[in-house]
Design a protein around this ligand. Sequence first.
Ligand code: ACO
Ligand SMILES: O=CC(=O)O
Ligand code: MG
Length: 742
Amino acid sequence: MQSHTALVSTDAELHMPEYVDRQALKVAGELVNFIENEALPGTGLEADQFWSGCAALMTDLAPLNRELLAERDAMQAAIDSWHRQERSKPHDSTAYRQFLESIGYLVPEGEPFEIDTDNVDPEIGLIAAPQLVVPVMNARFALNAANARWGSLYDALYGSDVIAPKAEIKGTGYDEARGSAVIAWSSEFLDSVLPFERGLHADVTAYAVESGDNGHTVSAILADETPVRLANPDQFRGFVADGECFRLLFAHNGLHFELHVDRNHPVGRQSPSGLADVILEAAVTTIQDCEDSVAAVDAEDKVKVYRNWLGLMKGDLVDSFEKNGQQTNRRLAEDRTYTGSGGDPLVLPGRSLMLVRNVGHLMTTDAVLDAAGDETPEGMLDGLVTVLAAMHDLRKIEGIRNSRSGSVYIVKPKMHGPKEVAFANTLFDRIEDVLGLERHTIKMGVMDEERRTSANLRECIRAARHRLIFINTGFLDRTGDEIHTSMQAGPVVPKGEIKDAAWLASYEDNNVDQGLASGFEGRAQIGKGMWAKPDRMKEMLADKIGQARSGANTAWVPSPTAAVLHATHYHQVDVATVRADLRQRPPIALDTLLTPPLLGARNLPDETIRRELDNNCQSILGYVVRWIDQGIGCSKVPDIDDVSLMEDRATLRISAQHIANWLEHGLLSSEEIEEAMRRMAAVVDKQNAGDPSYRPMATDPVASISFQTALELVLEGAHQPNGYTEPVLHRRRREAKAAHKQ
Ligand SMILES: CC(=O)SCCNC(=O)CCNC(=O)[C@H](O)C(C)(C)COP(=O)(O)OP(=O)(O)OC[C@H]1O[C@@H](n2cnc3c(N)ncnc32)[C@H](O)[C@@H]1OP(=O)(O)O
Ligand SMILES: O=CC(=O)O
Ligand SMILES: [Mg+2]
C-alpha cells in the first residue's frame, strides 16, 4: 500500500508573499495595497493608525487566542482518556456530567438575564424569514444573494422540482402545462395569504387600484363580474403603475409580496386577470461567508474575499459574465419605490440585509506576521478588515445601504463555550476602538455548532449579551463535533441515523428555549440550519416548515430559489404565535443533549458498513477535489444514491470524522478505506468528465494532491483539532497552488 503522506511539500516550495513592514508587523504586499488603496480611503482613518491598532490587537489578543485553543486540546484529551477508561461499562450519565463539570467543560449557569442589543435592523429583530448563505469569494453568487431579497415565486416553482421533476419540462420553450400548474399552486398560496371577502384568486378576471380621498384601495373582479375586496384591506401597502402594467404590494406576517399584472407578458396574457408573476420578499437576510463555503488559504485569497465584501459595503461591486450567450453585468439592486396605499411614496429595501461570517478562532494566516515572524489569528484579521470595509456602509446616509440602524453584523462560527464567546466580544470591543466606532456597533451572531457551546448556551449568550443578534443551530458542524468529542466512547451509528438520535432534538429545542428565555424577541434571531439538498425543493417545502414551527424566526437556505420557496413557510406559520406556546414547555434534559449517538451492542451488516464507507468517500473526494484543485469551497456533489448534496467544510468534517471513528473502533481498516477511496476516485472522475479544468485522481492517486488530501483527512481524522478539516485542507491547497503554478 502506498503511504498517504507520499506528497508533502516543504514551505520553501510554496508561494510566500512579498512582505512589507507596517508598524511591528510584516504584511503581505497585496493586503497592504488593498487596505491602503481600497479599504481605508473614505473611512477617515490613516494607514498608520490602522496598522498600529492592528499590531496592538495582535500583540494583546493573539496569546489569549492561543490559550483558548490549548484549552480545547486539553479538554479533548481529558474526554478521550475518560472514555477509554469507561468504555467497557454502561454509560453513566451522572458520572459523565460530573466529569465534564470537573474539567470546566460544563460551567454553572448564572442569574437570569436578557440581552440588551440595540440598533438592530428590523430584518433581524422583527421579520421572520429565510436566511441565505453564500460564498463571498464568488462575486457573481454574492451579488445574486444580496439581490435575493425579492424573488419570483413563478420562477422558483417552474424551475425547481416542486411541480414535477425538472426533467419533465417539455420542449425548450415555455411548457404551458407546467406553467398552469405553477399558476394553480400560486393561486392557492394567494388564497391563504391574501384572502378576499369571498371568491378565489383563480377566479379573478381583473385586479384594480381605486383612488379616493383617503388614499388607494385594491379590488378585484371575479368571473361572475362581481367586485370583491380583500378580507383585510390593510394588507394592501402600495403600487406602481406603468401604463397597462402594474405591481401591487401587499404584506402578510411581516413579509411583503407583489402581484405583477401585465396582459402583454407571455404568462399574463394567458391569465384571465393578467397576473404575470408573484414576487415574494424572500432572503430578508444573507450571510456573506468568509468561512466554510470558501477556500481561502493565503493573502491572495484573503484579499479576494475582502475585496468582494468591500464592494458590497461600498455598494459598487459589479461582476461581468456571460449567461445564456448574453453578456451580463450584475450589480446591487436598487431599493423599491411605490406609491403607498395612503398616497405617500413608500420605499422598501431592494437588497437582503447582509451579515458577514468571519472564520473562527482556529486558523492563523500568513497574510500578517507578528513581530516574532509568526502567523497571526485569521479570525482576528477577518474581524478587523471586514468591519473596516463595513465602515463605508456606516458612513452612508443614502443610496445603496446595508444597515440603516448603524450596525455591522458578524457571524462568528465554531466557538467552544462561553470563554471563547467572551474572547470574540473582547476582540470586537478592541476593533471598535481601533476603528473609532461606538461600543457595540459590531453585532455578533453566534453559531451554536460546537457541543461545548450547546451545553453552555445560556452562558455563551450572556458573554455577548450587549451585541448578540443570533444563535443559529449549525447542525452540520455540530454533528462533526458530536462525533469527534466522543471519538473514544465507541463507534457511532451510520451517518443517516445521527440526525434522528436523541441529542439532536434536544440541541435544537434548547437553542429555541434559550433564545426565548434570553429576551431575543425584537432584538435577535433564533436560527436553524441549512437545507443541504439544493435540487430537492419539493422535499424542502414539505420538511423545512418544521423549522418555523419550532419557533425559529430564520433558517438557512442554499440558493435564492430555496429562499423564495422557504419564504412561503413564514406566511403559513406565524412564528410569534408558535413561540407563545413554546414558552410553556419544560427545559430539555442536559443529559440527553450530552448522550452521544453510539452503536452500543448493535452489530452492523458488512453491506451497511461498505455502503456507508463508499458514500462518505464519494462525498469527501467530490468536495475535496474542487477545493484543492480549483479553490471552490462549496459544491454540489452527488451522493451514492445520486442525490446532489451541498457539501462544504462542515459536511466534510462529518464524513471524515465518521470514517475516522469507524477506523478507530475497528469497523474499518486503513486498507479498506484506501481501496474504497480509489474506487470512488474513479466515480468522481467520471462525474467531472465534462469539466476541462478538472484533474483526474484515479489514474495516479499517489500523485494526486486531492486524493492524498482526502485520505489524510480520514486516516488522520481522529487526531485533527476537534475534527476540523481546515489544517489539512489549507496546507494541501497551498501545496496544489504551488504545484499547479509550475
Ligand atoms: C454548514 C454550512 O456552513 S452551510 C453554509 C455554506 N453553504 C453555502 O453557503 C451554500 C451556498 N450555495 C452554493 O454555493 C451553491 O448553491 C451550491 C454550490 C450548493 C450549488 O451551486 P451550483 O451547482 O452552481 O448551483 P446551480 O447551478 O443550481 O445554480 C447556479 C445559479 O444559482 C445561483 N446561486 C446558487 N447558490 C446561490 C447562493 N447561495 N447565493 C446566490 N446565488 C446562488 C448562482 O448565482 C447561479 O445563478 P446565475 O447563473 O444567475 O449567477
Ligand atoms: O455552519 C453551519 C453548520 O451547520 O455547520
Ligand atoms: Mg458550521
